[in-house]
Design a protein around this ligand. Structure first.
Ligand code: NAD
Ligand code: WQD
Length: 398
């Protein structure tokens, strides 16, 4: 097998991680191989079978215990690992140290439900912060100093001017309204301190190479999960790369579940906002654009970005969004148009903590990494993948 850049992907069985695996593995010439560590807290390893199918990987198999898996050429390796468990994660670093180690890590692993984070804050700090600290310590020990971190637009909190497009230099951390967002902000701060410390160690005469860090602040990845609408015996069956577990918190998976008849209607959280149609406006981006953003970040950190610019040895922050905002009703109409059938909805009360508008200024990612969102709203809502899964979709109701 030609030498590839091996990427450690924590949380790679999840929604964004699994799509990012496809972006990494579909790069021409087999440039990347991936090692996925995931404790399957909010995902199934089944998504890796779909990744392998999409990417044409031969012989991908997961063992009967669902704890390990790989394809014939070791381009996609899976280990069931709790990233908070140092010994479990260490074993992966040890396994691959003799095979050249990891070129970079993409750190998706964590808990992400805003509402849940308010109910079990300690778990969110334990997992999101704990997994990050465990990962960073092992990366340092095993000489992998390049990390792409999944942050969130939530770190901006309630912006002073809600109608302005958010820039990476805007204030963060001050008006965050939930524990989850605070964990993301605090991890950003940890990465900042960790980056600075290497320069200080060098000043003290110690051997400390700089880290290359990319903090990616996602806006609203469409949760449509690349759904292929398949008419089977007159019933629409959702076939998706990953299957949302539980009642979806986010708009798009909820709309998708209404569309396939799993939910009777969508409740629109408030229609009295200061927007043209009174409903909240967000910067939705296609999950494949987001996935591509991670490949762009890896290339930017190792100096191989198409722009010729490099984030190597630096701490870099990028907004990943489209710069265009759509309201809830815009999304409902676009999704209904794509499916040729209206999505039933009712207006309800505002959801506590929701802001009126969240939109990115995505300029920096374009200028530095050469990344921008390419897929349209229509593609988000009618996004289908010529997808023939060999494994039945788990269509268990939640
Ligand atoms: P997800 O829940 O689908 O994926 C997260 C993955 O991490 C899951 O597969 C889960 O099993 C795994 N995981 C959780 N705890 C773990 C642990 N201790 N050890 C190992 N694996 C663990 O969520 P997602 O939507 O794919 O989000 C991925 C990342 O992006 C998260 O960090 C999330 O906070 C961040 N993010 C998501 C969104 C969004 O709208 N989906 C927006 C901004 C940021
Ligand atoms: C979008 C719009 C709702 C559901 C969240 C997290 C954020 C990030 C992305 C992790 C809002 C409305 C929603 C519904 C509705 N995740 N809505 N009915 O709140 O912008 O961001 O996901 O990092 O941290 O906060 O996304 O999809 O929940 O809501 O009317 O059933 O849809 O009010 O205007 P949000 P969302």
């Amino acid at each position: 097998m030609t030498s590839t850049k091996r990427i450690l992907v924590t949380g790679g069985c999840g929604y964004i991680g699994s799509h990012t695996l496809v972006s990494l593995l579909q790069q021409t010439g087999g440039l990347y191989s991936v090692v996925v560590v995931d404790n399957l807290a909010n995902s199934q390893y089944e998504s890796l079978n779909r990744v392998a199918t999409i990417c044409g990987l031969e012989g991908f198999q997961v063992n009967n215990e669902g704890t390990e898996g790989q394809d014939t050429n070791e381009r996609l390796v899976f280990r069931k690992v709790d990233c908070c468990n140092e010994a479990e994660l260490r074993s992966v670093f040890v396994d691959f140290a003799s095979k050249g180690g990891f070129h970079a890590a993409v750190h998706f692993a964590g808990l992400k439900a805003v509402g849940e984070s308010k109910v079990i804050p300690l778990k969110y700090y334990e997992v999101n912060i704990g997994a990050t600290l465990t990962l960073l310590n092992l990366m340092e020990e095993f000489g992998c100093r390049s990390i792409v971190f999944s942050s969130s637009a939530t770190v901006y909190g309630v912006a002073k001017d809600e109608k302005a497009k958010l820039k990476e230099t805007d204030e963060v951390g001050v008006t965050i309204t939930n524990c989850y967002g605070r964990t993301k902000y605090q991890i950003e701060q940890i990465l900042g301190d960790f980056h600075v410390c290497h320069g200080i160690r060098r000043e003290q005469g110690k051997d400390a190479k700089d880290w290359s860090i990319a903090i990616l602040r996602y806006f609203n990845p469409d949760e449509l999960r690349i759904i292929k609408w398949t008419l089977i015996h007159e019933n629409l069956t959702e076939v998706a790369l990953t299957d949302p577990s539980g009642i979806p918190n986010n708009l798009m998976p909820y709309i998708a579940q209404v569309a396939v008849g799993r939910r009777p209607h969508l409740t629109v959280f408030g229609n009295d906002y200061d927007t043209p149609d009174g409903t909240g406006i967000r910067d939705y981006l296609h999950v494949l654009d987001l996935a591509d953003g991670h490949v762009s970040a890896i290339q930017y950190l190792d100096g191989s970005a198409p722009t010729g610019k490099s984030g190597e040895g630096k701490l870099n922050v990028f907004n990943l969004g489209t710069g265009t905002g759509y309201s809830v009703l815009d999304m409902v109409k676009a999704f209904g148009k794509a499916r040729g059938k209206d999505i039933p909805y009712k207006f309800g009360q505002r959801r506590p903590g929701d802001v009126t508008i969240y939109m990115a200024d995505p300029t920096l990612a374009k200028v530095e990494m050469g990344w921008d969102a390419k897929r349209t709203l229509e593609e988000m809502c009618s996004s289908t993948w010529d997808w023939q899964t060999k494994t039945p979709m788990a269509t268990k109701d939640k």
